[in-house]
Design a protein around this ligand. Structure first.
Ligand SMILES: [Fe+2]
Length: 355
């Protein structure tokens, strides 16, 4: 019988960079013509946001935010090492990377025997920082093994049970994995102990109606004169996909880790807060449900509600949550890292095998 371990974390790119750079999204939001004038003055921000911003543009808060995050990641990495998976399936959003105008599947399993990651490529492309916390050269390339047999078996099982994942034997548009996978792998190995586990990237169209229109969030302000794209897959479908994944893997001989990678609400997707800060009340609700193992509450949420709260990327968590529901696995560790200035609230969670 297979064993399944659930993990959850964020791939917030800011954690790769110096504390002083971590509030970079605030700078971008302040330049947006759509920001109401009164919010250009930090004196008019919510009290807690002003506190984080302090007199150093958030650098001291950023250091704490980063320390808290990597403490959580160390905890889940230790559990992963104890578990010794045969494969690690990572559910991550494709932000206009492999999913572009020519083909946008709801989700896609990448079946390859090796993958490349160029972790600093995207930040460089948008004028990001010149150094990172590991002092890696900016043209660093990292290789990861793939788990082709398990990936093919999973795709076949899902197709045989009424789910229809796209699959691909190559990465379109670029020769390296997208940011969600790259950052997650970098973070899970932040202590640089090495990464021996074969991976299966499972990309989800979490940006849905903003994927092409806003280039998956890269075009920060969005374009008012462009129609919305069709939506991503529904929360219910992604949850049920996770149920089907658990049912496919449980009778298998493999030990598989399922990794949800995404921040909760993103400032740059939260219109109700003028794209300046994330929707903390909504994130606290999702977090309370998750921590209590009330997965059914997540299943019932309409996509429109998630998108109104800038929680588009929660779709990456849904397959893991559906799988945990099916397997009866509750979180043994679950922490919410709250912030107004660091773009997004982040959750780190661990769901060990039951019994
Ligand atoms: Fe993302």
């Amino acid at each position: 019988m297979g064993e399944i371990l659930g993990l959850g974390l964020t791939h917030f790119g800011g954690f790769m960079f110096p504390d002083e750079e971590m509030a970079a999204r605030i700078g971008a939001a302040m330049k947006s013509p759509k920001l109401p004038d009164h919010l250009r003055d930090p004196a008019n921000w919510p009290a807690r946001m002003r506190e984080e911003w302090g007199s150093d543009k958030g650098a001291a808060f950023a250091a704490k935010h980063k320390t808290d995050f990597f403490a959580g990641v160390s905890h889940i990495r230790a559990a992963l090492d104890d578990f010794k998976p045969d494969a690690v399936i990572i559910f991550g959003d494709d932000q206009y990377e492999c999913f572009r105008e020519d083909l946008v599947p709801p989700y896609c399993v990448f079946i390859m025997d090796k993958f490349q990651v160029k972790p600093y490529q995207r930040a460089r492309g948008i004028g990001g920082p010149a150094i990172n916390i590991w002092n890696d050269p900016l043209d660093t390339v990292i290789d990861y093994p793939g788990a082709t047999r398990i990936a093919k078996t999973l795709a076949a099982e899902l197709l045989g049970h009424g789910f229809d994942p796209a699959y691909s034997y190559s990465l379109p548009h670029q020769d390296y994995l997208g940011h969600a996978f790259a950052n997650t792998l970098l973070f899970l190995d932040h202590a640089r102990q090495g990464w021996p586990y074969p991976i299966i990237p499972f990309a989800i169209n979490a940006y849905g109606s903003a994927l092409i229109r806003e280039k998956g969030g890269l075009d920060g302000a969005g374009s008012d004169d462009t129609e919305m794209d069709p939506p991503g897959p529904s929360p219910k479908r992604c949850y049920d996909l996770g149920v089907a994944i658990a049912r496919a893997l449980k009778p298998s001989p493999w030990r598989v880790a399922l990794v949800a990678t995404a921040s909760f609400s993103h400032a740059f997707l939260t219109d109700k807060n003028h794209r300046l800060y994330p929707d903390l009340p909504a994130d606290r609700e999702r977090f309370a449900e998750l921590k209590a193992g009330n997965y059914a509450a997540w299943r019932e949420l309409p996509l429109s509600q998630l998108e109104a709260s800038g929680q588009h990327e929660l779709l990456n968590w849904y397959p893991v949550i559906g799988a945990m529901a099916e397997l009866g696995q509750k979180p043994s560790y679950c922490e919410l890292l709250e912030t107004y200035t660091m773009n997004s609230n982040k959750c780190v969670a661990l769901f060990p095998p039951a019994g």
